[in-house]
Design a protein. Structure first.
Length: 462
């Protein structure tokens, strides 16, 4: 049996702030490594259910209902969950006392034996990490896909051997508290406006994304888009080795689309990976996701053959440009995961007109006017739902549109407006929290409405 890695936090007296999925995993890992753990959460114990009892049974001291700075008494490390804002008085006091603050992901990193590929960016993270997970498995390596996408890194990091692969989706919220995390390969897909309600401005938000590479060394890799001046400037000072992805030959090492094929160059090898048409994922944004995933896979020693096999077989994730049904020659597509303006732009670029767009929800301070020309080009009619309806009307004044009170009504309105050969596209460009628990529920409701409409039409025609 492989001996566990001796962690940098071994034996510490730790305050874990926030006991949701990440905090829960962090607390269990800390206990396994001989730490004295105190956990705090603004919720009440009954809201956490069995989690609270399990942590108590492991010996953790738990306090609920507040996050008071007094909880720092006798602590020498603070671990923060990604959902907890760092401007709370508790963290200000920790900094004043010189108590280090660490993100949960840094605990998992501290005990991992397998190489880590970490993926960040505003859009495309989940698809790219799942692609990398499929590539790792196609190569016969024990692979875990972790982080912001679902299971915390701390939960599984120790279970993957040195010849396996840890693929981690990492958000700006997680990077905010990182001071030592340096993956074998870091991937930055893109940086466009999002979460500015928490991160103040684009410069601060972009800087957090760049933190993924800040602690890398010369033996590690960074995968970055070709032709993005903001990202090039941001990453130029980093020590890691650049790998490029995009739509032109980068002249250096990387992966790019040329002549309908994904081509690669890496450490003296070069060639073609796969014809683009052989992969099922639609849209130019998914070409970028595939190229970035391929570059990262090459950097951790995965063969071109395994990459190509995984790309041919990968069918994408739910709620991301998912074809729900075709009814009377009209395709109905669920892109509920499009929760910001750039994701909406990428969805529209994936379809030729005529598109009937269903958009709206809770605005995240998005600049919808920035894509007005694209909307005018692709969208024949728009149906707006949710709190952002007025802002969408003002941003795209020349687009024929209507409002509906529910998503189900929007589906029926879109059917009436879409000609044969067209696309009804749910791509909200907004968060879902004004009407739904999350984007998954919104997407499921859209799919249910489309399929119910299909059944009703079929029944009426019998």
């Amino acid at each position: 049996m492989t001996k566990p890695v001796r962690a940098w936090f071994e034996g510490s007296r730790v305050l874990v702030v926030g006991l949701a999925r990440s905090g829960y995993a962090a607390a269990k890992l800390l206990v396994r490594h001989g730490c004295n753990v105190r956990g705090v959460d603004r919720r009440h114990a009954e809201d956490l259910g069995a989690v609270a009892q399990e942590l108590r049974d492991l010996g953790a001291e738990l306090h609920f209902g507040s996050m008071n700075p007094s909880e720092l008494h006798d602590r020498d490390l603070v671990v923060v969950s990604p959902g907890v804002p760092l401007d709370l008085p508790l963290f200000t006091e920790a900094e004043r006392r010189g108590i280090p603050i660490a993100a949960e992901v840094e605990l998992g990193f501290g005990v991992a034996r397998a190489p880590i590929v970490a993926v960040t960016g505003t859009n495309g993270k989940s698809t790219t990490v799942e692609l990398l997970g499929a590539v790792g498995k196609a190569a016969g390596r024990k692979t875990e896909v972790l982080g912001n996408i679902g299971t915390a890194l701390s939960e599984r990091a120790e279970s993957v051997p040195a010849d396996g692969l840890l693929v981690v989706e990492i958000s700006s919220f997680q990077l905010e508290a990182c001071t030592r995390f340096h993956p074998k390969v870091g991937v930055l897909l893109n940086v466009t406006p999002d979460h500015l309600d928490r991160h103040r401005n684009m410069e601060h938000y972009a800087g957090l994304k760049g933190r993924l590479f800040e602690f890398q060394n010369e033996e590690e890799f960074r995968v970055q888009p070709l032709g993005d001046a903001r990202i090039e400037l941001l990453l130029r000072p980093m020590k890691s080795r650049p790998l490029w992805f995009g739509f032109a030959d980068p002249t250096g090492d990387g992966v790019w689309l040329e002549g309908g094929s994904l081509r690669f160059r890496f450490e003296g090898r070069a060639g073609s990976l796969i014809r683009r048409e052989e992969a099922a994922l639609p849209g130019p944004h998914n070409t970028e996701n595939m190229a970035a995933a391929a570059a990262a896979a090459l950097a951790v020693g995965i063969s071109e053959r395994a990459i190509a096999k995984a790309f041919r077989e990968f069918r994408g994730l739910p709620h991301r440009l998912t074809l729900v049904a075709e009814i009377d020659g009209v395709r109905y597509v669920n892109d509920s995961k499009a929760t910001n303006v750039d994701a909406l732009r990428r969805a529209l670029e994936s379809f030729s007109p005529p598109v009937t767009l269903i958009a709206g929800g809770r605005d995240k301070d998005g600049d919808f006017a920035a894509i007005r020309a694209l909307v005018m080009e692709r969208v024949r009619h728009a149906v707006y739902v949710g709190e952002a309806a007025s802002k969408l009307e003002q941003s795209w004044p020349d687009v024929p549109h209507e409002r509906t009170p529910t998503l189900e009504d929007a589906v029926h309105a879109a059917r009436a407006r879409t000609p044969q050969g067209g696309v009804v596209l749910l791509s909200p460009g907004c968060a879902s929290y004004d009407m739904f628990r999350n984007f998954e529920e919104r997407g499921a409701r859209f799919e249910a409405a489309v399929l119910e409409m299909k059944r009703s039409l079929a029944k009426a025609r019998r």
